[in-house]
Design a protein around this ligand. Structure first.
Ligand code: FE2
Length: 559
């Protein structure tokens, strides 16, 4: 069987495209990395027609596929099951306009991808696309599957059973009940950006006491049929809204802690129900709520499943991949599991060198750039690391990363300053896979996609202070030498110098901007942010007079 399927997510936020050829995911990218607008576009009804045009064009170009050669375009939303009909375009929320635009998506797509036959576009229900991005990408022929987000067409969750590769939907929660929307509305109440900054609420929760947990148990609860009750709450009853420029207070952290704990409890109840109904030992998860790594770890520790796999692009961008995999399977393909999130753009050394020559910046090509980067880090330099194909999904996983020495407690503040972020936000560690169990526990290992938090073991708390969150946890990325050889060499070299196989890893971007994707973004970031060195493929750029210092030969290497 041969088939070429383009997946497209366009309806709400995080527009993205993915290309699956003969069951193999060959490319996947988010539009924000191209248009340089965080989350790609605003999730309003009248932007539904906007497509991930550049991401889609790049996926096709990367694989050398013309739009006319596509067997199918899988669109991760089905207007036929939307709550509001398309005739109601002037309704209060303009929801009918969303339906209308989604119905017309085949024509928008045929315009955007000249040569595409509009009849090849297939609508895949939003939560089925999320679900497929989990169980098909995980490569689980049998498992339970759970998706939770803000909303799809008419639902906010799907609980299902996968057997012989086929999904059977067991339960779906109808709107307005939505765990994702409850969390989103709290995000807005706390002065953060809705449908974007939910992870800030999760970070803030660690500073609070869940003093309203009992009250929340009355209004947010699993309903015993695979769904739940969760209507929007009047947060003013608990703590006043935070307006622009205002600081959070204890009550805000307590409210975040209460909602976070309640989310975890409901998730555990849903998992129990699903486990009982399916009898499976593995659970695959996706949907924006599955990016809540604190809840994921609690589910891993206390939940009924032995194994938990979470799609790294768990938010809506991942539905582009899920929809494509789902349709590829329907076309008779055997779908290959996902083994890496590095599905975006990459450049050859020659291409990178021509970018550097054009920028007329001094650069070196050391024998091993990973070794040089480790030397800069060990001297407490901050390194911007641009290596290989970019990540699909919100986490930097050693392709577009900003790195620092975890031993220096001041590096948390320093990196938050570089990125213009709030100081309560933690930064995360990357660690050699084979060393992770010595340093971290309380979550699954390996953990290659930063989707779980782990406890930092007592004896390491003082050794890697800049990556330990206020509650003694860290959201780790374990690095496999086979999958990420350059990062693994850098970690080994850093350990040789310092005795610590851990490096701070945060995404390579500055405040409010999408992650760096192409060489121009990387050079702009190096030019405008106080980083000491930039690694681009095999090349190294040092900031004169900084911790990047001189070449390695001049240095005495410890150990
Ligand atoms: Fe979603």
């Amino acid at each position: 069987m041969t088939s070429t399927v383009l997946g497209v997510n366009a309806v709400f936020h995080d527009p993205a495209a993915a290309l699956v050829v003969d069951g193999v995911t060959v490319a996947a990218a988010e539009e924000e990395r191209f248009n340089r607008r965080k989350h790609g576009k605003d999730p309003v009804a009248f932007s539904t027609w906007e497509l991930p045009e550049r991401a889609a064009a790049w996926c096709l170009e990367h694989a050398g596929v013309a739009p006319s050669e596509l067997d199918a375009v899988a669109y991760s939303y089905d207007p036929a099951i939307a709550t509001t009909p398309s005739v109601d375009v002037m309704g209060g929320t303009w929801e009918g306009l969303r339906t209308l635009f989604a119905e017309r998506a085949p024509f928008f797509l045929a315009t955007s991808l000249p040569g595409l036959d509009a009849d090849r576009v297939r609508f895949v229900p939003h939560h089925v696309a999320h679900a497929a991005s989990a169980y098909l990408a995980a490569g689980f022929g049998r498992c339970a599957v759970l998706t939770l987000d803000g909303r799809g067409e008419a639902t906010s969750s799907l609980a299902g059973h996968v057997a012989d590769g086929c999904l059977r939907v067991l339960a779906e929660q109808q709107l307005p009940h939505s765990l994702g929307l409850v969390y989103e509305s709290l995000t807005a109440h706390l002065g953060f950006r809705r449908a974007s900054d939910e992870y800030k609420v999760m970070a803030l929760a660690s500073y609070g006491v869940p003093r309203w947990l009992d009250e929340l148990r009355e209004t947010i609860y699993a309903s015993g049929d695979g769904g739940f009750v969760a209507e929007p709450l009047d947060w003013e009853r608990f703590a006043p809204a935070i307006r622009a420029g205002e600081e959070w207070a204890e009550e805000h952290a307590d409210l975040a802690a209460s909602v976070q704990r309640r989310l975890e409890e409901v998730l555990l109840d849903l998992a129990d129900w699903l486990h009982e109904r399916t009898g499976e030992r593995r659970l695959a998860m996706a949907g924006g709520v599955a990016l809540n790594c604190v809840a994921n770890s609690r589910l891993w520790r206390e939940g009924p499943f032995d194994e938990l796999w979470v799609q790294p692009a768990a938010g809506d961008s991942g539905t582009a991949l899920g929809a494509a995999l789902y349709v590829a399977e329907q076309l008779g393909e055997r779908v290959e599991p996902m083994t890496s999130a590095a599905l975006g753009r990459g450049w050859t050394p020659d291409e990178l060198e021509s970018w550097l020559d054009r920028a007329a910046l001094p650069y070196e090509r050391p024998d091993d750039v990973a070794e040089e980067a480790a030397a800069v880090l060990a001297r407490n330099g901050v390194v911007a690391w641009f290596q290989g194909r970019s990540e699909y999904g919100p986490r930097a996983l050693g392709r577009r990363s900003l790195m620092a020495d975890p031993r220096n407690p001041a590096n948390l503040e320093r990196l938050n300053d570089v990125k213009g972020r709030e100081q309560f936000r933690p930064v995360a560690p990357m660690v050699l896979e084979e060393r992770a169990a010595e340093i971290f526990d309380g979550g699954p290992l390996p953990s290659p996609y930063m989707l779980f938090t782990h406890r930092v073991k007592e004896e390491w708390l003082e050794r890697i202070p800049s990556v330990v969150h206020v509650d003694g946890t860290a959201r780790i990325q374990t690095v496999s030498p086979e999958r990420e050889p350059a990062v693994a060499r850098m970690l080994r070299a850093f350990e040789r110098r310092t005795g610590v196989p851990v490096v701070v890893n945060t995404s390579l971007n500055t405040a409010g901007r999408p992650m760096v994707d192409d060489p121009r973004d990387a050079l702009e970031c190096f030019g405008s942010a106080p980083v000491d060195a930039l690694v681009m493929g095999p090349f190294l750029l040092r900031r004169p007079g900084s911790a990047a210092g001189e070449r390695l030969e001049a240095e005495v290497v410890a150990g």
